[in-house]
Design a protein around this ligand. Structure first.
Ligand SMILES: Cc1ncc(COP(=O)(O)O)c(C=O)c1O
Length: 390
């Protein structure tokens, strides 16, 4: 038989966000709101820290689990923000991005054929990472109750089978902006404990929450869980510090999983880049002032976009509490990819199609409002005009 791609790899679907972005990248003058990133570059103090790290010799291999000083800084940050005590040597692994932390968490918990429950609509990489691990995905959509999304615990119970090993949820959510309450977290933990599942909480938007005082983080599952619970937290420097291109994240997990993840790291990527880890440490220690300024700007952007969408006919959009997305539902929309493609080709505005986010996503579009206002304003004006034109 001629050499062919492994069917299990061939079966992994394309990201529909990338598919749209791919079309946009071949065009000039696109107002890009399809990816989850700001148009603002990484702050100067972090760039300077990377230059200093290079000058100081952070150019060699580091520990698989990441620089000990960065892991200590992460443990200090959890103590400060959440009153949670972590062992930086046994429970924290620095990864080369949030997506890689997600991959490691999934790889450590699923065998081929095992099943994972994913609360959706959700960023597609969770489901694709499960597919990469030859696992089986069951999506359980959030339900909209009045002005707030809720977890459908009945549907979760019904979706558990003897092969279910893992439950993945994202809070604050991409794309919904929903934030799990402490009561939601209690129920999720109880559910995972009763069914003996791993609970993976993607908390990469933890610091992007629009509650007073600005800078208050979203509640972390680590505050509720004991260190013996089968809990994994996926995290990243990308969103909080405008460091998407740097590829540094981390995971926090029960010590046995963290130990295995660090070991597997050796064979996947060994570790995150040395000087980027050092710069990330600077961001963690010195980043609060810049973060608060950024949050104030995002909050204004969110409110501006919500006000613009109110002008559009047939649009329903709950006010998001966190992350930097709006996920408006458009009345009568049945093909969000075709909608986003037409919007792109006719108006040069690039949004992400709701269908990319799994069950419950079709019929909506995702707007990332982290862009500077000189991009966001014309994009929203064109979107509203496009909606009005039908
Ligand atoms: C929910 C969620 N998790 C994880 C990530 C990964 O971020 P990164 O790989 O840049 O650290 C993203 C990025 O968009 C995301 O939206």
């Amino acid at each position: 038989m001629p050499a062919r791609l492994a069917p299990s790899a061939a079966a992994v679907e394309h990201s529909r966000i990338r598919e749209l972005a791919h079309i946009a990248m071949g065009m000039d003058g696109v107002l890009k709101l399809y990816f989850g990133e700001s148009s603002t570059p990484t702050p100067e103090y972090i760039r300077r820290a990377a230059q200093k790290a290079m000058a100081d010799g952070y150019l060699f291999y580091t520990e698989n689990a990441g620089l000990p000083s960065l892991r200590r800084a992460l443990a200090d940050s959890y103590a400060r923000l959440h009153g949670v005590t972590l062992d930086p040597e046994r429970e924290i692994v620095v990864t080369a991005s949030g997506v890689q932390a997600l991959n490691l968490g999934i790889r450590c918990t699923l065998d081929p054929g095992d099943e994972a429950l994913i609360l959706t609509p959700a960023w597609p990489n969770g489901a694709s990472s499960v597919a990469l691990a030859n696992g089986v995905v069951h999506m359980v959509p959030h339900v909209l109750a009045g002005a707030r999304y809720e977890i459908d615990f009945g549907a979760l119970e019904a979706a558990v089978t003897p092969r279910t090993r893992l439950l993945i949820y994202t809070s604050p959510s991409n794309p919904l902006g929903w934030v799990a309450t402490p009561a939601d977290q209690d129920r999720l933990l109880d559910f995972a404990r009763r069914h003996e599942l791993w609970l993976l909480a993607d908390e990469v938007y933890e610091r992007l929450v629009y509650r007073d005082p600005l800078g208050t983080p979203a509640p972390s599952i680590l505050k509720k869980a004991t260190r013996d619970d089968a809990v994994i937290v996926v995290q990243s420097f990308s969103k909080t510090y405008c460091m998407t291109g740097w590829r540094v994240g981390w995971l926090v997990a029960r010590a046995d999983l963290a130990d295995k993840a660090a070991q597997l790291h050796e064979f996947i990527i060994s570790h995150a880049p040395s000087f980027a880890q050092r710069a990330a440490e600077t961001a963690l220690v010195w980043g609060e002032i810049e973060l608060k300024k950024m949050l104030a700007r995002y909050k204004e952007n969110r409110d501006y976009c919500l006000a613009m969408l109110k002008k559009a006919r047939g649009v329903r959009v709950p006010e998001p509490e966190g992350a930097f997305y709006l996920f408006p539902r458009i009345e009568g929309l049945t093909d969000s990819f075709a909608f986003c493609r037409r919007l792109l080709e006719e108006t040069c505005v690039g949004l992400a199609p709701g269908v990319a986010f799994g069950a419950g996503g079709e019929g909506s579009i995702r707007i990332c409002y982290a862009a500077e206002r000189d991009i966001l304003k014309p994009a929203m004006e064109r979107l509203v005009a496009f909606l009005a034109a039908g």
